[in-house]
Design a protein around this ligand. Structure first.
Ligand SMILES: O=P(O)(O)O[C@H]1O[C@H](CO)[C@@H](O)[C@H]1O
Ligand code: HPA
Length: 276
């Protein structure tokens, strides 16, 4: 921390193809993950591997240009390590963004889903970053996860979308994390759809679990990059290049939304920063 004067209140995790969110920060200090002791390395195309500090609309932010995924071979503790670093830096609010495939018929590629809730499939079978001895300095052994996506921020985001004229692209929904790295089979897609999942991806839930455990307020959004194939008659197939391309196409809108939301949200400044 001796290498930056920024003391962030807000952390942003950029999803696949959404690294441009960091470009909006003013007075940047940027660090390659490879230069930060103990930080994992990004191995996925579209995840640059840089931590960027800066100002956005009067708030101090830190932005992860590149996240870590379980399928890269990182332990869940490693994939979520930055979230606890953010807590220790004094961050109060975590923004998680991701690229996701849609299962809901009303969500089209290019749409933006405000995450209302998630299904953490790896977590349901014990692949949870909170497994192992609990560190009471961060949070309780059995943290509640109901309401882990802050309702006020969700409402404010919708209000801002209306003012920006992009409300037609936006709706709330349930995100499910699967392990990846393969995309879903048709049978898996149908199962997820029947379970009430609106969008699916391979990240985010562990970060949100760790953030909620240590008392961070969370806002999440999924950029819908593809429709998940649910029919045996459908010859479409998804690929990572296509996912990144939709990220590039929608980058401006996502930047506008995140910038306005960060600018207008209230910061309590009551983060005691005493987790450890
Ligand atoms: O969740 P993010 O990191 O946005 O990336 C999503 O896009 C990649 C697949 O194209 C997977 O990593 C999936 O999780
Ligand atoms: O269709 C998908 N499935 C899982 N992860 C994804 N990330 C982007 N699109 C998808």
């Amino acid at each position: 921390m001796s290498q930056t004067k920024h003391r962030p209140q807000v952390a942003i995790i950029c999803g696949s193809g959404l690294g441009m969110l960091a470009d909006t920060l003013k007075c940047q200090d940027s660090f390659a993950y490879s230069d930060i002791p103990g930080f994992p390395q990004s191995t996925v195309q579209g995840h640059a591997g840089r931590l960027v500090f800066g100002e956005l609309k009067g708030k101090t932010c830190v932005c992860m240009q590149g996240r870590f995924h379980m399928y890269e071979g990182h332990s869940l503790l490693k994939t979520t390590f930055p979230v606890r670093v953010f807590k220790l830096l004094g961050v109060e609010t975590l923004f998680v963004t991701n690229a996701a495939g849609s299962l809901a018929d009303g969500l089209q590629p290019g749409d933006i889903m405000i995450i209302k809730d998630h299904v953490n499939f790896p977590g349901l079978v014990g692949l949870n970053p909170l497994c192992g001895p609990n560190d009471d300095k961060f949070g309780p052994r059995f943290p509640a996860m109901s309401g882990c996506y802050d309702k006020n921020l969700r409402c404010l985001a919708m209000e801002i979308a209306k003012q920006l004229g992009v409300a037609g692209l936006m709706q709330e929904g349930v995100y499910a994390m699967v392990g990846g790295p393969n995309f879903e089979t048709i049978a898996e897609a149908r199962l997820l759809h029947r379970l009430g999942v609106d969008a699916v991806g391979m990240s985010t839930a562990p970060e949100v679990v760790v953030a909620t455990h240590c008392g961070l307020r969370v806002f999440g959004l999924s950029l819908i990059t593809n429709k998940v194939v649910k029919s045996y008659e459908d010859s479409d197939s998804v690929n990572h290049e296509g996912v990144l391309e939709v990220g590039r196409l929608r980058s401006h809108t996502v930047q506008q939304l995140v910038t306005e939301l960060i600018g207008r949200m209230e910061i309590n400044n009551n983060n005691t920063n005493n987790a450890a």
